[in-house]
Design a protein around this ligand. Structure first.
Ligand code: PLP
Length: 282
C-alpha cells in the first residue's frame, strides 16, 4: 500500500508524522474525501473546491493548486490500483512546539491515502440503512470540514452499538445531518427535503449533485429543516455522502419509514447518481 506524505509517495509502513503535528495535538486541520468508481474520481473538483474553502476559513494556505491535487490523486489511485473506493486528503497546520496560536514559518502537513470500498454494488443500498437519532454536540462551524470529529465519533459509536449504520444528529428538534452524511426525506407528495445550508452543517458535495439531478428529472426539491417526527412520518428517507452515494434510510430509531423498504424515488436518485458517475470522463 502506497500513501502520500509531504510530497512523497511511500509505503504505508514507512510513513510517519512527528508527534508535534498540530493535527495530532489540536485537530488543527482539514480533510476531504473523493470517491473512486471504475478508477475515476467522482465530483472531485467540487471536493477540491470545498477543501480550498475549508482551509481558507482556518487560514491554512492550500499547498497545491487544483491541477496539482488532481495529479497527486490520480497517481495514488494508479499506484494502489484502486477501481472502487476513496481518496482521503488531509492538510494540517504543520509541526511546531505545542502552543495554541498559529506558529510562524511552518509548512502544512499533507497526507493522502486510498481505501478500497464497494461503491456500485452495495448490499447496504439494496437493503437500506437503519439510523438512530442523537443530540448534535458539535461546535458552531460545522460548514468547515475539520478533522476535529470527536462528536461524530461518539455519535457513530452510539449507532454502531445500536447495530445501525448512521446517527442523525438533532438540534432544537430538527435534524442537522448524519455523522458522516447529509440527511434527506421525501414527503408523501413527493417533495425531496434537505436542510438549507448554514454553519449548522457541512455543505455536502453529493447533496448538491443529487439536488441538481433531481431538479433535472423534474422532481421537487425543498431546502428546509425537518424534525425527527416528520422524518419518521415521511414516505421515504435517504442519506448522501461521497462514499455512500445515495443510501436509502428504512428505519429511524426503530420506526419504519414508509413501508420499511427502499422507496422508488430513492432508488431512482441512486441510479441517476451512478449514471452521472458513468458519464464522468477518466
Ligand atoms: N456531513 C458530514 C458531517 C460529513 O462528514 C459528510 C461526509 O463525510 C457529509 C455530510 C457528506 O458530504 P459529501 O457528500 O461531500 O461527502
Amino acid at each position: 500500500r502506497i500513501v502520500f506524505v509531504n510530497g512523497s509517495f511511500v509505503p504505508y509502513e514507512e510513513a510517519s508524522i512527528p508527534i508535534m503535528d498540530r493535527g495530532f495535538l489540536f485537530a488543527d486541520g482539514i480533510y476531504e474525501v473523493s470517491a473512486v468508481i471504475d478508477g475515476k474520481l467522482i465530483d472531485n473538483e467540487a471536493h477540491l473546491a470545498r477543501l480550498e474553502r475549508s482551509l481558507g476559513e482556518i487560514s491554512i494556505k492550500n499547498p497545491y493548486t487544483t491541477a496539482q491535487w488532481i495529479e497527486l490523486e490520480k497517481e495514488l489511485i494508479k499506484r494502489n490500483n484502486v477501481r472502487e473506493g476513496l481518496v482521503y486528503m488531509q492538510v494540517t497546520r504543520g509541526v511546531a512546539e505545542r502552543d495554541f496560536a498559529f506558529p510562524k514559518g511552518v509548512e502544512p502537513t499533507v497526507v493522502m491515502f486510498t481505501q478500497e470500498k464497494a461503491m456500485r454494488a452495495s448490499s447496504a443500498a439494496e437493503a437500506g440503512a437503519a439510523v438512530i437519532t442523537v443530540e448534535d454536540l458539535r461546535w458552531k462551524r460545522r460548514d468547515i470540514k475539520s478533522v476535529a470529529l470527536l462528536a461524530q465519533v461518539l455519535a457513530k459509536q452510539a449507532a454502531a452499538e445500536a447495530g445501525v449504520a448512521e446517527a442523525w444528529m438533532v438540534e432544537d428538534g430538527k435534524v442537522t445531518e448524519g455523522g458522516s452524511s447529509t440527511s434527506f426525506i421525501i414527503t408523501r407528495d413527493g417533495t425531496i427535503v434537505t436542510r438549507q445550508l448554514s454553519n449548522a452543517l457541512l455543505p455536502g458535495i453529493t447533496r448538491k449533485t443529487v439536488m441538481r439531478l433531481a431538479e433535472e428529472a423534474q422532481l421537487r426539491v425543498e431546502e428546509r429543516a425537518f424534525s425527527v417526527e416528520e422524518a419518521k412520518a415521511a414516505a421515504e428517507a435517504f442519506l448522501t455522502s461521497a462514499t455512500s452515494l445515495v443510501m436509502p434510510v428504512v428505519t429511524i430509531d426503530g420506526h419504519p419509514v414508509g413501508d420499511g423498504k427502499p422507496g422508488p424515488l430513492v432508488k431512482r436518485l441512486r441510479e441517476l447518481y451512478l449514471a452521472m458517475a458513468d458519464a464522468t470522463p477518466a
